[in-house]
Design a binder for this molecule. Structure first.
Ligand SMILES: *[C@@H]1O[C@H](CO)[C@@H](O)[C@H](O)[C@H]1NC(C)=O
Ligand SMILES: *[C@@H]1O[C@H](CO)[C@@H](O)[C@H](O)[C@H]1NC(C)=O
Ligand SMILES: *[C@@H]1O[C@H](CO)[C@@H](O)[C@H](O)[C@H]1NC(C)=O
Ligand SMILES: *[C@@H]1O[C@H](CO)[C@@H](O)[C@H](O)[C@H]1NC(C)=O
Ligand SMILES: *[C@@H]1O[C@H](CO)[C@@H](O)[C@H](O)[C@H]1NC(C)=O
Ligand SMILES: *[C@@H]1O[C@H](CO)[C@@H](O)[C@H](O)[C@H]1NC(C)=O
Ligand SMILES: CC(=O)N[C@H]1CO[C@H](CO)[C@@H](O)[C@@H]1O
Length: 551
């Protein structure tokens, strides 16, 4: 056990446990040496990779110290927020080896030695369990690391734990809550008590916001990166489907699933995307990547990146989604930032088929059919499948009869619906449905709006950004835009979670064409740097452990 698990009671804002000398003394880097002069210990709630790497290079602290500091921060808040389900028992050892590499002059890349937390549906072949929040997968073994995890390790990142999430990435129940899983409990967010963290990358959103690691990974099928990033005051990139490999990530839909960075700054999201993007023979969709060499995403972060850009507003979508006036006010403020930065705003860049898209069952049916097929092939990839579940009917049986899965209070309606469809994605019935979904969301949605109006991007408030791009697999980046203002009426949703209240964050999304991440990152960076909204918000709970506490 790495550090004591504590139940902290009502007073969570206490100093760390992680200063326990167990780790600090055992390794001869900064802990034992006198720190060089001029060291900076950036507050971990906002620390960037540049700041952290600078301190590592200078010898102010080691990666072991960083791991200990983050473990302390996790312990500070986890009993209240239930963000992290498992810690990596080998994290300190891995950090120690990366410290040795650094000492020997072997730096694997710009994120060498930085700790990261990953969503609980991303496969690991180490001592941790990839459960997707379900007891059905507890004890399952993967034949190897997922490609995402292999890439993180190759880049010298330290995976310190697995994050809680909406169980099955929110593809099980119609009666559950964002951020609840049987295995991990209920995640809540940090801005107001009992805040709905959104989902399904709920733990990824809260952990990145609170600096429980340098950054996190999330996954999105429809909104699962963008929405928790929106509600947790962070940056999220939902990459084009196929830019990041899904090999050994628990699937929902091969046509929509994608893995992306969730970070506190656009530049760090860009750096992390650089690490995880790229072709993988184990995921066919990555063979559609059009670049011989990936773009330099960090280099795209230019303050001037909005100059001369044509940015569209799908005016009909703002109306059809009946967006709250307070969100529209923040959105209008954001638009003036874009205009002042030299962008041209094109109104009426409409999603022409949006009404038909919203009322057509086609996109929902695509996901159902994909899930039935894709979850079965996922089970067949496991090296150890402890409950011998081979397909969706068997998974449903397990879930309905295993008491900790909280059935029937949390039902299995999405699976029931998927099975009731009566066919999967190998059926001849599937293709025309998929074609219709793509026509409505593509030519009739985001792709048509971009092309007809010769746009570089479309913008939307982030809570309305995801559903159309989900179907065509196109990218989105969301950036903090502000918070619900004082006087906002509190809206309490399912099981007492607070959806809307003064101080709950909101984000701005940039939506682009397939593979346009480089350009989206540039625009998002320029907006972020000109608005600096993240720092303006206040939380009710924050971890207290800092680097100084573990040195
Ligand atoms: C986080 O909180 C949950 C729920 O209280 C607990 O089960 C889990 O073990 C905690 N994780 C860590 C890493 O402390
Ligand atoms: C993984 O799950 C097993 C139970 O199957 C448990 O014994 C083990 O401690 C878990 N691993 C971690 C790192 O929590
Ligand atoms: C990739 O496509 C080929 C040809 O259709 C197929 O044989 C193969 O199984 C696919 N691989 C994966 C990982 O889906
Ligand atoms: C776009 O939608 C708005 C709002 O519904 C409508 O007034 C406008 O005529 C539409 N423009 C085009 C070009 O379709
Ligand atoms: C998909 O449908 C085909 C045709 O009905 C069937 O043979 C196959 O078993 C189904 N696959 C799964 C995983 O349900
Ligand atoms: C959904 O959950 C609530 C809260 O536990 C419960 O009262 C209700 O009966 C559930 N509804 C269904 C349809 O299961
Ligand atoms: C992994 C783990 O310890 N999960 C726990 C998460 O929280 C729920 C509810 O609080 C517990 O029942 C789980 O055991």
């Amino acid at each position: 056990m790495l550090f004591p698990r504590m139940h902290l009671g009502p007073l969570y804002l206490i100093a760390s446990l992680a200063s326990s000398p167990a780790f600090a003394s055992s390794f001869g880097f900064s802990s034992d040496l006198k720190a060089p002069v001029g060291c900076d210990y950036p507050p971990l709630i906002d620390a960037t990779s540049d700041q952290l790497s600078f301190g590592l290079e200078k010898g102010c602290y080691s990666s072991v110290d960083l791991v200990n500091a983050y473990l302390g921060r996790i312990a500070d808040v986890n009993s209240t927020l239930q963000v992290v389900t498992e810690l990596n028992p080998d994290a300190v050892e891995i950090a120690r080896n990366l410290d040795i590499e650094r000492r020997d002059g072997r730096i694997r890349g710009p994120l060498h030695g930085l700790p990261i937390l990953i969503k609980g549906n991303i496969g690991v072949a180490d001592k941790m369990n990839t459960t997707v929040g379900s007891y059905a997968l507890l004890g399952a073994k993967f034949p190897q690391d997922s490609t995402m995890v292999a890439k993180l390790r190759e880049a010298g990142m330290i995976i310190i734990g697995m994050l809680n999430l909406s169980q099955w990435a929110n593809y099980r129940s119609s009666n559950s809550t964002n951020g609840w899983s049987a295995y991990g409990g209920q995640v809540t967010a940090a801005y107001v008590e009992q805040q709905d963290p959104s989902g399904s990358s709920s733990g990824s959103g809260v952990a990145s916001d609170l600096g429980l690691a340098f950054a996190t990974l999330g996954t999105e099928t429809s909104g699962s990166i963008v929405s928790p990033s929106d509600r947790n005051n962070i940056v999220g990139i939902k990459p084009t489907v196929g830019l990041t490999s899904r090999y050994l990530v628990v699937p929902i839909s091969q046509r929509q699933d994608t893995i992306g960075p969730m970070t506190r700054t656009v530049k760090d999201a860009a750096k992390l995307l650089q690490v995880i993007a790229g072709p993988d023979p184990k995921d066919n969709y990555t063979s559609a990547i059009p670049f011989d060499t990936l773009p330099d995403y960090e280099a795209a972060c230019q303050l001037s990146a909005l100059k001369g850009k044509r940015i569209g507003i799908p005016t009909n979508a703002l109306e059809l989604f009946s967006i709250n006036q307070r969100i529209l006010e923040a959105f209008n403020t954001a638009i003036s930032v874009l205009t002042e930065a030299g962008a041209t705003i094109i109104e009426n860049a409409n999603f022409t088929a949006l009404e038909e898209f919203n009322s057509s069952p086609s996109s929902v049916n695509v996901v159902k059919a994909d899930f039935v097929s894709d979850i079965a092939s996922f089970f067949s990839d496991l090296a150890t499948n402890p409950n011998k579940i081979a397909n969706l009917p068997e998974l449903r049986d397990f879930t309905q009869s295993f008491s900790l899965e909280a059935f029937p209070d949390r039902d299995t309606a999405r699976w029931d619906d998927a099975l009731n469809l009566g066919f999967n994605n190998t059926s001849p019935k599937f293709w025309p449905i998929y074609q219709e979904a793509v026509r409505l969301a593509g030519e009739g949605g985001i792709i048509g709006a971009l092309h007809r109006n010769k746009l570089d991007a479309v913008i939307l408030p982030s809570s309305f950004a995801a559903s159309v791009p989900a179907v065509v697999g196109s990218p989105i980046i969301t950036v903090p835009m502000g918070a619900w203002p004082p006087g906002t009426e509190v809206e309490v949703g399912k099981r007492g979670l607070v959806n809307v209240a003064p101080g709950v964050p909101m984000g701005l999304s940039f939506l682009g064409d397939l593979w346009s991440e480089e350009s989206l990152i540039g625009m998002a960076y320029a907006y972020e740097q000109r608005s600096l909204n993240r720092g303006k918000l206040k939380r009710y709970i924050q971890p207290k452990t800092e680097l100084q506490d573990v040195l």
